[in-house]
Each structure stands twice: as structure tokens, then as C-alpha cells.
Ligand binder design. Structure first.
Ligand code: PRP
Length: 209
């Protein structure tokens, strides 16, 4: 942790562009951040802020371990990984929902073990544990929607944003588990030592949310 700089972990990809624009709109901007490049660190010496571009599922790892002071991460990932970080603010971006989805017209057979494909094994396990339902989790890393179509599993637990992926593959939402959106998180120690700077960021973001 550098005491001089505020280190911000931002997600790359779909959520990233929206987040960079939000930060830029409140003065947390950096030359090159909005350009398409392979660079992963941007530093603004005037405002003393560094930006790290990180795979969304890894943002909380950097923040939890103090390699970044604050970060932006989806609530879906917080629910799945339960990192020890402070969740400070709902940025109301990247709104989506964690859902159980299945092929159109699917009807659950309660007598048998339910096979569930997901990138979110902990969320899925917890959801079905509360329902006292026996499940088998098949952990996948992407293209989850394929699993029920070709009979690998009965259902999927995944995020649904626009619903396009489900629709284009003949699937639909069967149950909603939790609404999600991007959250500002902070490392617990950073929050203590850089509280003024972090509060300033929160205040500026609040003004546009
Ligand atoms: C996510 C998610 C769904 C899709 C939902 O996948 O796993 O597949 O987005 O978005 P939609 O409702 O707007 O269609 P992602 O794009 O991260 O790709 P992946 O399949 O490689 O995980």
C-alpha cells in the first residue's frame, strides 16, 4: 500500500467502460484509461491516483489483500466469494440478477437430484441448501447456457443482464435469486488510513448517482 497514492482496482470488460466513464465524470480520470489498449496500470500524478485494470472476478482479491485500496466489483462476485472488505456504495451500474434458468417450459422433478451448471457454486449451493434440495454442482467457467441445452445439467445458476443470451438459446429465467449491481469496496486497513480520500471519492460519486 502506498500512503501517497489512492490505488483503485477497476474491472475490465463489459462493466469496465461504464465504470471508467462514471469515475471520469467525477474527476477521477486518467489519460489513456478510456482508450482501447493492453495497459493495466494508469497513474495520475496530479490527483495522486493509480488505476489497476483487473478481471472482474479478481478485483476483490486485490482489495482484500490491500494491493488496491478501493475497487469496483459486482454484487454477484461479492455474494460468491464473500471477501473481507467494506462494501461502501451501490454504484447502480451493471444491474443484473443472479437467476436459476432452464430451457423454456422446463418443469422441475422434485424426486431426483438436480444438476446445476454455474460459475457461482457457493451462491447455488446456498440457494438450494435453504430449500433443502439435493443438487449436484457442475462448475463451468463460461458459456453456461449451453449446459441444459445439450443435457449436461437440468438448470443453470448465472447472471442475467439483458436476457439476450437466454433468449437466443431457448432458455428463460426459472427463479430469481438476487438482484446485483456494481459496488464500491474498500480494504479495511486502507479505509482507516486513507479515510479522507476514500470519503471524498464516495461523496463525489454520490453527487452523480
Ligand atoms: C454473462 C453471463 C451470461 C451473460 C448474460 O456471460 O454468464 O452468459 O453474460 O448477459 P445477458 O443477459 O445480457 O445476455 P459473459 O458475457 O460474462 O460471458 P461468459 O459466458 O464467457 O461467462
Amino acid at each position: 500500500m502506498s500512503l501517497d497514492y489512492l490505488d483503485i482496482a477497476l474491472p475490465k470488460g463489459r462493466l469496465g467502460d461504464k465504470v471508467y466513464k462514471l469515475f471520469a465524470s467525477v474527476g477521477y480520470d486518467c489519460k489513456g484509461l478510456l482508450e482501447d489498449s493492453r495497459k493495466l496500470i494508469f497513474q495520475d500524478d496530479n490527483t495522486r491516483v493509480r488505476y489497476f485494470l483487473i478481471k472482474p472476478s479478481d478485483v476483490a482479491v486485490y482489495v482484500e489483500r490491500g494491493a488496491a485500496d478501493v475497487g469496483v466489483v459486482g454484487k454477484d462476485i461479492l455474494l460468491e466469494t464473500e471477501p473481507r472488505v467494506y462494501e461502501l456504495q451501490d454504484l447502480k451500474l451493471g444491474r443484473c440478477a443472479l437467476c436459476v434458468a432452464a430451457q423454456n417450459g422446463y418443469e422441475e422433478e422434485y424426486g431426483s437430484m438436480l444438476r446445476v451448471a454455474t460459475k457461482y457454486p457457493n451462491v447455488a449451493r446456498e440457494y438450494y441448501r435453504k430449500q433443502d434440495r439435493d443438487i449436484e454442482i457442475i462448475k463451468l467457467n463460461g458459456s453456461i447456457e449451453l449446459a441444459p441445452i445439450i443435457g449436461l445439467t437440468d438448470v443453470i445458476v448465472d447472471i442475467v443482464e439483458t436476457g439476450t443470451t437466454l433468449k437466443e438459446n431457448g432458455l428463460s429465467v426459472y427463479r430469481e435469486i438476487a438482484p446485483c449491481s456494481a459496488r464500491l469496496i474498500a480494504n479495511e486497513t486502507s479505509y482507516k488510513f486513507k479515510q479522507a480520500r476514500i470519503e471524498e471519492l464516495i461523496k463525489k460519486l454520490s453527487e452523480v448517482l
